[in-house]
Design a protein around this ligand. Structure first.
Ligand SMILES: [Mg+2]
Length: 197
């Protein structure tokens, strides 16, 4: 006799997520180059591991969302990008940390729904993993990250290394403060999401 299939289980259902922009947040910004084109130039920032620990301590999950137009223009080989991201995931695992997903926008089209400031990558990650966008946060070093986060219904942290206006909910000047900032953001988020409020 055929049995009714169980509804699909998803262990991240309703979880809070911290979306991380990649270049300048996870790894050193590609300066003076505009893109990280080679694996050897992909240098992970120690502050990112602290931030990822704060995410784990809060019971949230982490997703990386990155515009990589260089894939479309041929500046970045997909094999190099895969090496970088495999290294990122493995380096996290060595520290007992986890990156739930990495979404890449390879398109050279500013209007593409996945290309930040459009929110497509965040929306897709939320769909895949059934994340709670309203209690989630987007962290980035460009205003396009902030706009993508806001359009996805998240709150935002901008790592702003120069003087410039920002619409972000929280602005920090130094990546060394990111972990503590996220601890505070996620604690507030937990309170706002509590059912008795
Ligand atoms: Mg960036």
């Amino acid at each position: 006799m055929a049995t009714k299939p169980h509804p699909e289980q998803c262990e991240t259902e309703g979880r809070v997520c911290v979306f991380f922009d990649r270049d300048g947040v996870v790894n050193r910004a590609p300066d003076p180059e505009r893109y990280v084109t080679r694996f050897e130039a992909f240098q992970l920032l120690p502050a990112f591991w602290q931030a990822l620990s704060a995410v784990r301590e809060a019971g949230a999950v982490a997703v990386v969302v990155t515009n990589q137009r260089g894939l479309a223009t041929g500046l970045v080989a997909s094999s190099e990008l895969e090496r970088m991201h495999q290294h990122l995931v493995e380096s996290a695992a060595e520290r007992g940390l986890e990156i739930l997903d990495i979404l890449v926008c390879p398109f050279d089209d500013d209007q593409h729904p996945w290309r930040k400031p459009q929110p497509g990558m965040l929306l897709e990650a939320a769909r895949r993993h059934r994340l709670d966008l309203a209690r989630s946060w987007m962290v980035g070093d460009q205003e396009s990250d902030v706009l993508a986060g806001r359009q996805a219904g998240c709150r935002t942290v901008r790592l702003l290394r120069r003087e410039e206006p920002s619409e972000a909910d929280v602005v920090i000047r130094d990546e060394a403060n990111l972990a503590e900032t996220l601890r505070q953001c996620l604690a507030e988020g937990a309170l706002k999401g509590a059912p008795n409020e």
